[in-house]
Design a protein around this ligand. Structure first.
Ligand code: GLN
Length: 221
């Protein structure tokens, strides 16, 4: 656990976007999750997930609710962060053609780089640092990570972009593990936060998970 906190609790920013899906996956891996709506909710967290959604909307709500500075302050005290999709856009140091928001991880992202919402797709890939079997991937109007800085480790590289990367304190994925049956990335982030989970197997597919009607793992990248 984080020396600064050590509570074993992972927060999910609860302003807009895919909040409940992340909380459900945290529950499935046996980690304590907490929705974060206001400053007080950040107290004692070991990690915070900034979910997918719409990054402009999220950035405005973060400013309106005054959470931006508070998240930055907790980050400086050791809080681990994971941004999925819109969350990754908010954490990136460079957002091509737009101003960065948090700017905390040395990556450049290109928003909506695959096209419109209709160009969303599913695939699968090996991510050796995270799991020993292929992981299902769901991309929803995703950004591409088009540059990674020297302190950033690439976890998943695709044709002309990076899909998952991390530095010592931040994980970013342009896809949505919380919308698939795979628990591997949630386990990976929990370990990054210093949590020790029971039954910490490599792949962690949840047998009880049922896909949403629109989710099909038939397309390959
Ligand atoms: N297209 C959204 C944005 O630019 C991100 C989509 C997502 O989080 N699934 O903010």
């Amino acid at each position: 656990m984080n020396a600064a906190t050590g509570s074993g609790v992972i927060g999910v920013l609860d302003l807009q976007g895919g909040v409940q899906e992340h909380l459900d996956h945290l529950c499935r891996i046996g980690a304590a999750g907490r929705p974060v709506k206001r400053t007080a909710d950040l107290e004692g967290l070991d990690g915070l997930i900034i979910p997918g959604g719409e990054s402009t909307c999220l950035s405005r709500l973060l400013n309106i609710f005054g959470l931006r500075q508070d998240i930055e302050a907790h980050y400086r005290q050791g809080l681990k962060l994971w941004g999925t999709c819109a969350g990754a856009i908010l954490l990136a140091r460079e957002n091509i053609g737009e101003a960065p928001f948090f700017g905390l991880i040395d990556i450049a992202v290109s928003r909506n780089a695959f096209g419109s919402q209709l160009d969303s797709f599913n695939g699968q890939a090996m991510v050796p640092m995270v799991a020993s079997e292929a992981i299902p991937l769901t991309f929803i109007r995703a950004p591409k990570i088009v540059r990674t800085g020297p302190g950033v480790r690439v976890l998943l590289s695709m044709d002309d972009y990076v899909a998952a990367a991390e530095d010592d304190q931040i994980l970013v994925t342009v896809f949505h593990p919380e919308l698939t049956p795979s628990l591997a990335f949630h386990r990976y982030f929990a370990r990054k936060c210093g949590l020790h989970l029971a039954g910490d197997d490599a792949m962690g597919l949840d047998p009880g998970w049922t896909p949403q009607s629109w989710v099909r793992f038939s397309h390959h990248i």
